[in-house]
Design a protein around this ligand. Structure first.
Ligand SMILES: [Zn+2]
Length: 353
C-alpha cells in the first residue's frame, strides 16, 4: 500500500491491523479496533527499530500522555476539529503539549509501550509488539484514518492556532521589520508558557483587552501574506529576541499609560516598546503581613502579602506589585490587573494601599 500522506518517517507503512470501529459505537473495545496498526518496512524486511513517527498534518500538540493500554501517546489537534492519535510510542518524546508541529515533523519514535500484545510476531523478540497505533477523530468521534492517508480526505492547510498567530502578527506588526514581527510572536508564546496567562495561543490572543486588533476588528480583517507567514514560522522554529518580554505597546501614546506605570520597560524595537513585570519584591517583613487597617472595597488598590488562592488553597505566582480589587464577598476578595481577574484571595493576605 502506498499512501500520499504519511505517519511513518520511512514512508513505508505496513498495515497489520485495520479499522473496525463504527461511529455509532464510539467506545473502543477489544473487538472493535478504533485505528490502524502499522509497522514499518516491507514484508521481507521489517525495520521497526528507531523508526520516526511523523505528524500527518500541521497542527498543535493537544496532549502527551501515558497509560497502560495506549502507552506513550501524542494527540495532535488540527483545523476542522480533527485530532490525530499516535500510540505506543517509545518513552522520551520530542514534543510537548502546546507545541506547534508541521506536517511530517517527527513527534516520536515507534515503540511498544502500553498493551501491544496483538501485533504480528515475526519480528526479533526485543521488538515484539513494536508498532504504531494511529487513530483519527472528527469532532470527538473515531473514524477510519485511511482516507486521510490516501488523500481522499484532507486536513486544512494550517492549524487554527497557526492561523491565529499569522493574523495577529499581520494586524500588529505588518509594518515592522522581520525582528519586529518575531517579537510579537515571541510575546504571545512567552505568555502561553507563563503561568500568569492562558496556556494556549487562542486564549492568549482573545483574552479581554489584551490585543487591540482583536478589540477594534482589525484582526477579523487581517490578510496575512506570505512574508508574515514565513517570519511567524521562524519565530515558532525558535528565533527569539524577546528577553522573556510579556507585554508590548506602541511607543506613540505610551506615556502615562498602564504599561508605563504597572510594568518595567525592557527595550524598544520599531514602533513598539516591550515590557516585563516588575520584579516581585523580597518577602515582606512579618509586621507587613497583618491585615490592613482600612476595610478593603471594590476598586481599592492592594498589595498581596501571601499569594494563596482562596478557592483551592493553592499558591499562585505574583506578576505585579499592585492589584485592584474586582469583587468583594466577605473575606473572599477577587483581585486582578487592568480588569482581568488574577485570583480570589483571603482578605487577610491583602494590604490596602
Ligand atoms: Zn491498534
Amino acid at each position: 500500500m502506498s499512501y500520499k500522506n504519511h505517519v511513518i518517517g520511512t514512508k513505508n507503512e505496513l498495515l497489520t491491523s485495520g479499522f473496525s470501529g463504527s461511529a455509532n459505537n464510539p467506545t473502543p473495545t477489544r473487538t472493535n479496533h478504533y485505528g490502524l496498526d502499522f509497522i514499518a518496512g516491507c514484508d521481507s524486511q521489517i525495520t521497526t527499530l528507531g523508526v520516526d513517527i511523523i505528524a500527518l498534518a500541521d497542527g498543535t500538540v493537544k496532549s502527551v500522555t501515558f497509560d497502560n493500554l495506549k502507552g506513550w501517546t501524542v494527540v495532535l489537534s488540527h483545523a476542522g476539529n480533527i485530532t490525530t492519535h499516535y500510540q505506543h510510542l517509545r518513552k522520551g518524546l520530542p514534543v510537548k503539549e502546546r507545541n506547534i508541529v508541521k506536517k511530517t515533523q517527527v513527534i516520536g519514535v515507534m515503540g511498544n509501550t502500553g498493551d501491544c500484545r496483538s501485533t504480528r510476531k515475526d519480528v526479533k523478540p526485543e521488538f515484539l509488539g513494536t508498532h504504531l497505533h494511529f487513530g483519527v477523530q472528527e469532532n470527538g468521534k473515531w473514524v477510519d484514518p485511511e482516507p486521510y492517508l490516501t488523500g481522499e480526505k484532507t486536513i486544512g492547510g494550517q492549524s487554527d492556532e497557526l492561523d491565529i498567530l499569522n493574523r495577529i502578527a499581520w494586524a500588529e506588526a505588518r509594518g515592522e521589520d522581520d525582528k519586529g514581527i518575531i517579537l510579537v510572536v515571541n510575546v504571545i508564546m512567552n505568555r502561553v508558557k507563563s503561568p500568569g496567562f492562558p496556556n494556549n495561543i487562542r486564549d492568549v490572543v482573545f483574552a479581554p483587552k489584551q490585543f487591540e486588533p482583536v478589540s477594534n476588528g482589525a484582526y477579523d480583517r487581517a490578510t496575512p501574506d506570505q512574508r508574515i507567514k514565513n517570519v511567524v514560522k521562524r519565530a515558532l522554529d525558535g528565533e527569539d529576541y524577546s528577553q522573556g518580554t510579556l507585554f508590548f505597546r506602541t511607543i506613540k501614546g505610551a506615556d502615562g499609560g498602564w504599561h508605563e506605570t504597572a510594568l518595567a520597560r525592557l527595550f524598544e524595537h520599531g514602533a513598539h516598546r516591550f515590557y516585563t513585570t516588575r520584579t516581585t519584591q523580597a518577602a515582606p517583613k512579618p509586621s507587613q503581613t497583618t491585615a490592613s487597617t482600612g476595610k478593603i472595597e471594590k476598586g481599592n488598590k492592594v498589595k498581596v502579602t501571601k499569594a494563596i488562592n482562596y478557592d483551592n488553597g493553592k499558591p499562585f505566582r505574583l506578576w505585579y506589585d499592585v492589584y485592584e480589587v474586582i469583587e468583594v464577598k466577605g473575606d473572599r476578595i477577587v483581585i486582578g490587573v487592568n480588569g482581568v481577574v488574577t485570583a480570589p484571595i483571603d482578605r487577610k493576605h491583602l494590604t490596602k494601599l
